[in-house]
Ligand binder design. Sequence first.
Ligand code: F6R
Length: 367
Amino acid sequence: EKGGYEHFMLKEIFEQPKSIHDTLRGRLLVDEGIIKMAGIWDHLDRISQAQKITIIACGTSWHAGLIGEYLIEEFARIPVEVEYASEFRYRNPIINENDVVIAISQSGETADTMAAIKMAKEKGAFIYGICNVVDSSIARVTDAGSYTHAGPEIGVASTKAFTAQLTILSLIAIKLGKHKGHLSNQEFMRLITELDALPKKVEEVLATTNDITKEIAKNFVDAQNFLYLGRGYNFPAALEGALKLKEISYIHAEGYPAAEMKHGPIALIDENMPIVIIAPKQGHYDKIVSNVQEIKARKGKVIALVNKGDTQVSAMADHIIEFPETSECFSPIIASVPLQLLAYYIAVFRGANVDQPRNLAKSVTVE
Ligand code: F6R
């Protein structure tokens, strides 16, 4: 049932070209130049006229929500807040009938997310669900929604569900952006053509980074800490990379926006600190170059995720992982794959049970 892979997690990482394709299937019609999503279409006015969108989720799904905020604000120009469901539910948030709440949950059973949905519903908000498990409790309680169609995720660490969530959020943001007139036809076509190319690029990144991440992982089996840095869309990708590492390898890891480094974490940097930095060509590249210079001046060990043909960051980095170029808004979908592999191999070399990390359950049905 692991399809020849040693663990479900590795199988699920490798399934991503297909799972992203399945998420797009029937929705992204490039030849016709449309995005078809029944859940959005049936409630188009309600959703597109929302005064505010609040995204609620936990863990990895919350990281997807942060990227969703960037996507929806950039393309649909609707203000978005992203909240941990566990905080939202206990703090009397300002939510009213004009609000839309997007709940993201792979399992569709997370207790805190469910409780937050119920509270938002009582306040009159329209609830849109993004779930992976069909007919799950959250999918049933929401007013409308889209399934991610990533297929069953068995490994406790979420991988393919995360990239599928990002894919759905991209579709929603671009569809709303087009409907609201914030995207020209040309820009819309460019974006959906890039979305359509993602499964192929993810296939490519799997083929080109699997061996390299495995080799790099060998150097960090005894690391005690890791920093993950990114900017813009790749700041949440850094948070997610750090979460993957800590949950399966038990190495302490923190994600940070690269520019925040100088406001504290830079004090941690010495020759024993590995720093994963996401540095795509499209996305504040020059700023990232300066961050890498600051790290190298303090002898930190840099593992850089860069696009093919990169020179500046690569010249300074200790280890380089190359991934195919795409627009900044889609780069977390591709960059997350080598980050998943890196966490996976470090954990495997440490002898950890990657599919069932200690203390964790696949769905958190208690608060
Ligand atoms: C991390 C992980 C968890 C979940 C979180 C929310 O790899 O799997 O952080 O993302 O428990 O779960 P769902 O998405 O099922 O609501």
